[in-house]
Design a protein around this ligand. Structure first.
Ligand code: PNS
Length: 158
């Protein structure tokens, strides 16, 4: 069985994330979406809320699981016997840091990183930009799943 991890902050999940997760679910037996806890970052949504949203929007993908992790991503992978991480690359700007992390993760635990080109429809998206635009009254419909849109409006505008 070939399993991969799709890690991220997912605060919240966007259609760009969902596109990568869906494509990977067609290539691999199981995709574990891993929500990373980051002590330094104050999120808009709690980790529980992020996982609930991810579970809701991936419920049609039977081989996708959602989990949360704390600590090193490679430890999360090793504990589950998973040998590869998948990351979406939106543009060259993503590449330097992602390359650095992939080389560190390989050095730490022989865990490979597979880079997937993001769908160009969503290559300008980030969770941070979505939150900023939505908070200022901009229309982000079509850029996040509908269930996420409702929660964003509720959280940011009420
Ligand atoms: O969506 P993000 O914010 O780009 O996700 C970043 C994440 C959670 C994937 C990354 O910060 C991560 O892997 N964190 C776990 C801690 C870790 O393993 N750090 C060393 C990386 S080489």
């Amino acid at each position: 069985m070939c399993r991969v991890v799709c890690p991220g902050s997912f605060d919240p999940v966007t259609n760009g994330h969902l596109d990568v997760i869906g494509r990977m679910s067609q290539l691999f037996d199981e995709v574990v979406v891993a929500v990373g806890k980051n002590a330094g970052k104050n999120g808009l949504f709690s980790y529980g809320e992020r996982m609930d949203m991810l579970r809701e929007v991936t419920s049609h993908l039977s081989n996708v699981k959602v989990e949360v992790f704390d600590g090193l991503l490679v430890d999360f992978c090793l504990e589950r016997g998973i040998r590869a991480i998948v990351k979406g690359l939106r543009a060259v700007g993503d590449f330097d840091y992602e390359l650095q992390m992939s080389q560190m993760n390989h050095r730490l635990a022989d865990v490979e990183t597979l880079f997937v080109a993001t769908n160009p429809l969503y290559s300008f998206l980030s969770s941070s930009l979505i939150k900023e635009v939505c908070a200022l009254g901009g229309d982000v419909a079509g850029l996040v799943p509908d269930a996420v849109l409702e929660r964003l409006i509720e959280r940011l505008r009420k």
